[in-house]
Design a protein around this ligand. Structure first.
Ligand code: SAH
Length: 368
């Protein structure tokens, strides 16, 4: 089955022409899929019945299929495990099939921040697994399966757009999109970018570019490539350490693109875009969470138009990587703020549901 979700309007029109359909059908379908969030071709009432049947045979309307859902924080955080199109049947039938099937999943999370102007952020995956191998990250430790298609990224967003509407009423919309799930978005940039453009396109999902954030371990050439894109999406860079010796261990790609190279690329990005960069820093007990390290970090990022987001580690199974004790993260934030580096502490959501990158999938893999 084809993935309608990754197609542009023109591509869909061309594909529908194979069914002998006029161009306006593509617009009608886009309206159903992206505006009305309909995933059942049978309910697309302004399409002829025989076309509805033909569409249902030709396209997979979901692309990612929910197999598991968990909620936390009083219903304000929801995590979904979504299955990708199944691998070839012979794999499923082999003894490895079931395990293989569980690998073929990605996680996405919805975080609902109520208030006068509610923020509803969906966090999506860009790859099944990840090749970056950061040792504290559950996904990094699970290995790489494959790049997601653009349709699989879009499918995650539409899944939660439908959930938001079901949970919060017919007018409730997703407001923000972050690529902070499984995978390195800059290692699958072509598909990720195609998804971003579709999700932004007014004829499709219509999400404002400034409400989209790509998070990277620091793939230097892609940071520069992003700087030249016309869409003004946000850039977040995972630093996690103020020096190369430590960052080599926490973010193995640092051996290829060391801190100076990453920070230079960020300076260049700011110069070209005039936009602020976010630096993510996962605080890990006794490894990178001291006041001295905060001072060193402030020194490294001095002069860059940036914001630091400290993330208390959501500890997994590896005893080497623990959450910082109470007060440590706040102390780091104080040091950074006092030195003029705007710093916030990330509101941690979903601890009890393995909500950090790759944790749910990892736990299910272990039990398989
Ligand atoms: N590959 C991209 C996006 C992945 S995850 C990147 O590394 O930026 C988004 C952020 O969550 C990254 O900063 C990542 O290092 C961090 N992260 C991963 N596992 C975590 C955990 N268990 N606790 C806290 N942050 C974690």
């Amino acid at each position: 089955m084809k993935q309608l979700l990754g197609m542009t309007l023109d591509e869909l029109a061309a594909d529908l022409a194979e069914l002998g359909q006029p161009r306006f059908r593509a617009r009608q379908l886009f309206d159903w899929v992206y505006r009305r969030l309909e995933s059942d071709f049978g309910r697309m009432s302004n399409l002829p019945a025989d076309l509805r049947a033909a569409l249902a045979e030709r396209y997979d309307p979901l692309v990612v299929h929910p197999v598991h859902a968990l909620t936390a924080d009083g219903g304000r955080t929801e995590k979904a495990l979504l299955e990708l199109a199944p691998p070839a049947l012979r794999l499923l039938e082999s003894p490895l099939g079931e395990r293989r099937r569980r690998y073929n999943t990605v996680e996405a999370v919805l975080m609902d921040y109520p208030g006068e102007r509610p923020r509803r952020t969906v966090c999506v995956s860009s790859q099944a697994g990840c090749a970056m191998a950061c040792p504290f990250c559950a996904t990094g430790q699970s290995g790489f399966v494959r790049d997601l298609t653009a349709g699989e990224v879009v499918g995650q967003v539409l899944h939660f757009a439908r959930r938001v509407r079901a949970l919060r009423g017919p007018d409730a919309r997703l407001t923000n999109l972050v690529f902070m799930g499984q995978g390195e978005p800059f290692a699958n940039f072509e598909n990720v970018w195609r998804a971003v453009e579709l999700l932004h396109a007014p004829e499709a999902f219509g999400l404002g570019a400034r409400h989209v954030t790509l998070s990277t371990v620091g793939v230097v050439p892609r940071i520069l490539e992003l700087a030249d894109k016309p869409l003004q999406v946000n850039l977040a860079v995972s630093l996690h350490a103020p020096d190369d010796a430590l960052r080599d261990r926490l973010v193995p790609l640092n051996r290829r693109y060391p801190l100076d190279a990453v920070l230079d690329a960020c300076r260049e990005y700011v110069a070209r875009t005039r936009r602020r960069v976010s630096f993510e820093y996962a605080c890990i007990r006794d490894l990178n969470d001291s006041a001295d390290q905060a001072r060193a970090l402030a020194e490294r990022v001095r002069g860059i138009l940036c914001h630091v987001n400290l993330i208390p580690l959501n500890a997994g199974l590896d005893p080497r990587f623990q959450a910082p004790p109470p007060g440590r993260v706040e102390a780091m934030a104080d040091v950074l703020n006092a030195r003029g580096v705007p710093t916030t502490i990330r509101d941690t959501r979903g601890r009890e549901i393995d909500a950090a990158c790759g944790q749910l999938r990892a736990r299910l893999l272990q039990s398989a």
